[in-house]
Design a protein around this ligand. Structure first.
Ligand code: SAH
Length: 226
């Protein structure tokens, strides 16, 4: 049963990729990305009561009001990064750890920041149990990035930001790619691909309308402090 559901998930991702090709410019994803989607056990990353829906192509709650993203969106964002085996990637929003695991299969090292300590701890535990040794997770606010390991070959933000944080632009290597959903909380946001050329110039384009949980912290939190 599991194998059938997994296979259906992969087929759905491929079909979605074809249907959105005119927007994304990607009628299919890199076979290495699809292999990673096949290998990482999404059923290990969802809550026990969600196991039956682990291979549905939709987001699922993971506690703390957060979600594990829709598999097709995980595949698309991973493909947009064009990950290479020697690369170092920074993720903002560890959540369940699923996206970090997908990337860890494809690159040398993944650093992932999570603002909610309990989610960071659970994801770190799970990823160790699953045998990942090239993912480092830290509790922190993605607005300031993770300067110690910069520059990154790619940066992926998996929560909706009101704007592209300057620190993340600064921590992206020239030639690097950054993928981020930008827009207001709980409305439709634009998934954006940002490329920094070798001269350090930025080029950004909208890829798709998406809905992500909001990126917290940053300026918003400072404004809300009492
Ligand atoms: N990539 C995750 C999905 C994440 S949902 C997965 O594969 O499961 C978005 C996550 O971003 C949530 O866990 C949320 O707590 C986290 N987050 C929100 N704002 C953040 C910020 N400023 N810095 C770091 N993490 C943040």
């Amino acid at each position: 049963m599991r194998a059938i559901r997994l296979r259906e998930m992969l087929h759905t991702i491929e079909r979605e990729a074809r249907l959105t090709a005119s927007l994304t410019g990607r009628p299919s994803f890199d076979p290495r990305v699809m292999e990673s989607m096949e290998e990482v056990p999404r059923d290990s990353f969802v809550l026990p009561e969600m196991i039956d829906r682990a291979f549905d192509d939709g987001p699922l709650p993971i506690g703390e009001g957060q979600t594990i993203s829709q598999p097709y969106i995980v595949a698309l964002m991973t493909d947009l990064l064009e990950p290479q085996p020697t690369q170092t990637i920074l993720e903002i929003g560890t959540g369940s750890g699923y996206q970090a695991a997908i990337l860890a299969q494809l690159v040398q090292q993944v650093y992932s920041l999570e603002i909610i300590p309990s989610l960071a701890a659970e994801a770190a535990d799970l990823l160790l149990r699953l045998g990942y040794t090239n993912i480092e997770i830290k509790v922190g606010d993605g607005h300031t990035g993770w300067p110690e390991h910069a520059p990154y070959d790619g940066i992926i933000i998996t929560a909706a930001a009101s704007h592209l944080p300057q620190a993340l632009i600064d921590q992206l290597r020239p030639g690097g790619r950054l993928v981020i959903p930008v827009g207001q909380p709980y409305s439709s946001q634009k998934l954006m691909l940002v490329e920094k050329d070798l001269a350090g110039r930025m080029d950004a384009r909208d890829v798709l309308n998406v809905v992500f949980v909001p990126m917290t912290g940053g300026v918003r939190a400072r404004n809300n402090n009492h």
